[in-house]
Design a protein around this ligand. Structure first.
Ligand SMILES: Cc1cc2nc3c(=O)[nH]c(=O)nc-3n(C[C@H](O)[C@H](O)[C@H](O)COP(=O)(O)O)c2cc1C
Length: 337
């Protein structure tokens, strides 16, 4: 479908990788991805140029398309009060107001795509507004988007998406959910993929909990055309995963993950750590995505400088058994073996 050799899609993973991982996967025969949610348009253009300079294979560029919320003073106050004891413990000043750390796909990003025409573009958290989507379509890109329910998959198909990424609840990182914020709607990959395959006529990629070649085969047997894998790539040298995150992934702690909204305001799956245990992993009263991240970020930085991940988003899926410190090329080939 993307003229790749292997049915392996490297999941875009904002914050833990850039062009190096994408290039390595593309050159090994999979579809590499560049996550753009935390990049400026200039940085997106630079990274796309780097990919083009190092591979002639197709690649995917990925964007978030959330709606930026209005700041809510009550939620902000509650969140800062919850975090205040930790600030005191680490000897930090209360955090200044910060700009959101993740920006949705916008006209500036569309202009970069028009200029550089990457072959595949994918969206998480729904789709951009129709005029922006039209601009992406006009570049000739194949358009992918994440669905976490049958309802979301049908909606995406009705908007003309070319390929649907069915994201099971096992998946690491943010849930792509966008038609409901009720986490009980979220299904495991084994239940979700065949239902979406039955409900839509476009190709479906399976994501969530796939960590080895048997998992890839199972996804294909369920009707998926390819498997999208994120967590397994986190220990590869081409990823920029922090030392604290790598240590957690390689430890027994990695066997216990949970959905949490503490690090950004949206549910995402990560290894359970101190702040999740003490404050509760899912809270209804904190700032909405992506505003929750501003107040917790200084704690993360200070704790990581001391060598621990008590306040870090240790994103990981439920199946970390595929995480190995081997090259992304070797991992890609082994997933397709
Ligand atoms: C560290 C991390 C960051 C992620 N960031 C993104 C992202 O920026 N965009 C996106 O569409 N999906 C993102 N995801 C979700 C992946 O696309 C995918 O659904 C997931 O990795 C698949 O499940 P697995 O982690 O069990 O392999 C992220 C996942 C992880 C683990």
């Amino acid at each position: 479908m993307f003229s790749t050799q292997l049915p392996i899609i490297q999941a875009p993973m904002a914050g833990v990788q850039g062009s190096a991982l994408a290039v390595a996967v593309c050159n090994a025969g999979g579809l590499g991805a560049l996550p753009c949610a935390m990049l400026t348009p200039d940085a997106v253009a630079t990274e796309i140029s780097r990919i083009r300079a190092q591979t002639s294979q197709p690649f995917n560029v990925n964007f978030f398309c959330h709606v930026q919320p209005e700041p809510d003073a009550d939620r902000e106050r509650t969140w800062r009060a919850l975090l205040a004891p930790y600030y005191a413990e680490l000897g930090l000043e209360p955090p200044p107001d910060r700009q959101p750390t993740r920006t949705p796909f916008d006209a500036d990003a569309a202009a970069v795509l028009e200029q550089l025409a990457p072959p595949v573009v994918s969206f998480h958290f729904g789709l951009p507004a129709e005029p922006l989507l039209q601009r992406v379509r006009a570049t000739g890109a194949t358009i992918l988007a994440s669905a976490t329910t049958v309802d979301e998959a049908r909606w995406l198909e009705s908007k003309g998406v070319d390929v649907i990424v069915a994201q099971g609840v096992e998946a690491g990182g943010h849930r792509g959910m966008f038609r409901s914020d009720e986490v009980t709607t979220q299904m495991g990959t084994f239940a979700l993929v065949p239902q979406i395959v039955r409900a839509v006529s476009v190709p479906v990629i399976a994501a969530g909990g796939i960590a080895d070649a048997r998992g890839v085969q199972a996804a294909l047997a369920l009707g998926a055309v390819a498997a999208q894998i994120g967590t397994a790539y986190l220990l590869c040298p081409e990823a920029t995963t922090t030392a604290v995150h790598r240590a957690a992934l390689a430890s027994d702690a990695a066997r216990h993950t949970a959905l949490t909204n503490l690090f950004s305001g949206r549910p995402a799956r990560g290894i359970v750590n101190r702040v999740m245990r003490e404050l509760g992993a899912m809270r209804p009263d904190i700032p909405r995505f992506p505003l929750a991240s501003a107040a917790i970020l200084p704690l993360r930085a200070a704790a990581e400088a001391q060598g621990h991940g008590d306040f870090s988003p240790l994103w990981a899926g439920q199946n970390t058994t595929g995480c190995r410190a081997i090259s992304a090329a070797e991992l890609t080939r082994s997933l397709a073996d």
